[in-house]
Design a protein around this ligand. Structure first.
Ligand SMILES: Cc1cc2nc3c(=O)[nH]c(=O)nc-3n(C[C@H](O)[C@H](O)[C@H](O)COP(=O)(O)O)c2cc1C
Length: 188
């Protein structure tokens, strides 16, 4: 059991329970459960309601699409993320549809969408692990992405698993308490 941190102010348990595991159980995620997560993402706020978030995703179903996603991950993420039943590549549409101008808020808005997805996941007892460790170049080439779609992160989603299945290095963080800057350090 992951030790839980001390919170300086009471926050909702759905926020408290979130952390980024590397060990996932072999329990599958259904298509309906995956779509529920994306539905939560869909209802995030965005600048000019542009909804600049896009997703390429696959359940761990032996498909070529799943394999393509997995192959985009760097080696250290491949070591553990292969146990997750759902892999997602997140992308931003970097220009506004109406004007063609650069959307400086696209990453912000994708983050809001992932926040929604993560909260929905927690409510379903699912866990989300974001990853910057993947090749944007590979993702762009393998999925033949147009210029205005920028891969931002990959995400592993699944049910909590047994940390013993991980390498020694990865096992450690499963047992460590989450740390954060003090609240006062965030204020200028
Ligand atoms: C944008 C982003 C990129 C991340 N990239 C990776 C990654 O490539 N590999 C990894 O194991 N964890 C990655 N993480 C997870 C962070 O290390 C983790 O969220 C952080 O240490 C805080 O831990 P917690 O999520 O358990 O609270 C990433 C998280 C975010 C938000």
């Amino acid at each position: 059991m992951k030790p839980r941190p001390r919170y300086s102010h009471p926050i909702h348990e759905v926020i408290q329970k979130r952390w980024s595991p590397r060990a996932f159980s072999d329990r599958p995620v259904s298509e309906e459960q995956a779509l529920t997560l994306f539905e939560a993402a869909r209802w995030a706020a965005s600048c000019f309601n542009e909804q600049p978030w896009r997703f390429i995703w696959s359940l761990k179903d032996g498909s070529a699409k799943y394999q393509k996603l997995f192959n985009c991950l760097n080696e250290s993420n491949q070591e553990w993320a292969g146990s997750a039943p759902l892999l997602i590549l997140t992308l931003t549409k970097t220009t506004f549809s109406a004007t063609g101008k650069a959307n400086r808020w696209a990453s912000h808005d994708l983050g809001l969408a992932i926040g929604n997805l993560t909260t929905q996941a927690s409510l379903m007892d699912l866990y989300v692990h974001n990853m910057a460790g993947f090749s944007r170049k590979e993702a762009t080439a393998r999925f033949d992405l147009p210029e205005d779609l920028e891969p931002l992160t990959m995400i592993a989603v699944g049910w909590l698993g047994d940390p013993e299945t991980l390498s020694d290095k990865d096992q450690q963080s499963e047992h460590q308490v989450q740390t954060r800057k003090d609240l006062a350090d965030l204020f200028l």
